[in-house]
Design a protein around this ligand. Structure first.
Ligand SMILES: O=P(O)(O)OC[C@H]1O[C@](O)(CO)[C@@H](O)[C@@H]1O
Ligand SMILES: [Mn+2]
Length: 448
């Protein structure tokens, strides 16, 4: 739903040679595909043990599908329709027709000529097609190993964070409002920096949290380019006062990004919100298929809680037990929707996923985690850096929302005049090196 009269700039695309999009499509995506093929190879014996000859045959066919896919990508072949008749196939094929209509001179939609956001999402959906088309591989998560490894490699940081959380909860009754606010802002920043740990930017290489997530906060402060976190706090506080009894049942929605350490930071933040009475309900939104290497699926979500419960560490397991309890009593809930794994910009949601949009409208605060969500919020376009965040959302305003994102793609809005130029002169790759971050807020009722 585009605000009337506001036209959007061009989409980022691999057609701009030398751009980050170009380098991603040329180098990083084929590397990720090669790793996927390798993972299937390495699991051959397991497929045989589990499904016999049928499993090995499925693995072989999926590998040859994926090798063809890599070749199509590297030789800039036209994009193909999906043939797997899954729940979302028609939405993908319809999107392809839409993209085709946007191409000049009827050129076909292809890997290096079309919007980067579309092509990168499409690659992950085609990986899934290779599996859907080859049962019993259709349930296999090719990224699972990397996600679990990243959880285990962040153990020390997880222990530190869970211990910190349990200390906060113990002292919560005696906290002043200022102390509560400070603790919230710290946990929000920890969740923000948790987004450094994704496995897509590193093409699957270890990217886990090694240092203390709490001690590193002061040093990281100067890398936050826009910090609207006080507005997030005010929104939560305002949500308490509404309602006839004076107490409202505030609901926070968290649009999750990566499994591993980042997910733990999100769960810790969500625990704090409930334990402090700032939210009565937390709805987590994850992906319905394996996505961008490390994104959270339902299975990852449940595994993470079970694993944390079972940890041989008092405060980790206490946290896990509490989280399980929140899930059981319904204070927390997990949701997925095919829209999160479609290539659409979020300004399309009101029309293309009206049910999801209206669900989100019931929220008091929506937290969007990570870089890909930011790309979809802003449409992954060549915006001037000083364009206001609200404008780049192009009418996507279901409820007060905040993006918590470390920069890993060359789109950034809402900066002060001169801020981007200064950064570019000091660090030319500031938009893609993952060292910088933003906390950007937008509210439908905010005065413009
Ligand atoms: O997990 P995140 O924060 O969404 O990061 C994934 C990002 O990594 C990249 O693959 C890096 O280019 C982007 O395409 C994507 O936005
Ligand atoms: Mn991700």
């Amino acid at each position: 739903m585009e605000a009337e009269g506001i036209s959007a700039p061009l989409s980022l695309s691999a057609e701009f040679e030398g751009s980050f999009a170009y380098l991603t499509v040329r180098d990083r995506l084929p590397t990720i595909l090669t790793k996927v093929i390798d993972t299937l190879h390495r699991n051959k014996d397991n497929f045989f043990k589990e499904y016999g000859k049928e499993g090995v045959q499925a693995e072989k066919t999926a590998i040859s599908f994926l090798s063809r896919l890599r070749n199509e990508l590297q030789t800039d072949k036209p994009v193909l329709s999906l043939t797997d008749n899954a729940e979302d196939s028609e939405a993908w094929n319809e999107y392809m027709r839409r993209q085709q209509d946007l191409m000049e001179d009827g050129r076909p939609v292809s890997w290096f000529k079309s919007p980067w956001l579309y092509m990168e999402c499409y690659m992950y959906r085609r990986i899934q097609e290779a599996l859907y088309m080859n049962p019993p591989m259709d349930k296999f998560d090719v990224f699972k190993e990397g996600k679990t490894q990243s959880y285990f490699e962040s153990q020390q940081a997880i222990k530190t964070l869970c211990t910190y959380l349990q200390e906060l909860i113990t002292n919560m009754e005696n906290m002043t409002e200022i102390q509560l606010r400070d603790s919230f802002l710290k946990l929000l920043q920890i969740s923000l920096w948790g987004n450094k740990c994704d496995l897509s930017i590193s093409a699957g290489q270890d990217n886990s949290q090694k240092s203390s997530p709490i001690d590193s906060l002061p040093d990281l402060q100067r890398f936050i380019l826009v910090d609207d976190s006080s507005m997030v706090w005010s929104t939560l506080v305002a949500a308490q006062g509404a309602g006839s009894s004076g107490k409202k049942h505030a609901r926070v929605d968290i649009i999750l990004d990566n499994a591993g350490f980042e997910l733990i930071t999100d769960l810790v933040l969500a625990d704090f919100l409930v334990s402090a009475g700032l939210a009565k309900q937390i709805r987590f939104h994850g992906k319905s298929i394996p996505w961008f290497v490390s994104d959270v699926t339902k299975q990852d979500f449940e595994w993470t809680i079970m694993q944390t419960m079972a940890a041989n560490h008092k405060w980790m397991s206490a946290s896990g037990v509490q989280w399980k309890h929140f899930m059981k009593e319904g204070t927390w809930s997990y949701h997925d929707h095919i829209f999160w794994t479609l290539p659409h910009e979020f300004c399309d949601m009101a029309v293309d996923a009206a049910d999801l949009y209206s669900t989100l409208q019931g929220s008091d605060l929506i937290l969007f985690k990570g870089d890909l969500n930011y790309r979809k919020l802003t449409g992954d376009r060549k915006w001037e850096h000083t364009v206001p965040f609200d404008q780049a959302l192009r009418g996507f305003q279901p409820a007060p929302l905040c993006s918590l994102r470390t920069l890993k793609a060359d789109v950034q809005v809402g900066l002060q005049p001169g801020q981007a130029e200064k950064l570019s002169s000091q660090e030319p790759d500031w938009m893609t090196n993952g060292r910088y971050a933003v906390v950007q807020f937008s509210s439908p009722c905010r005065e413009q």
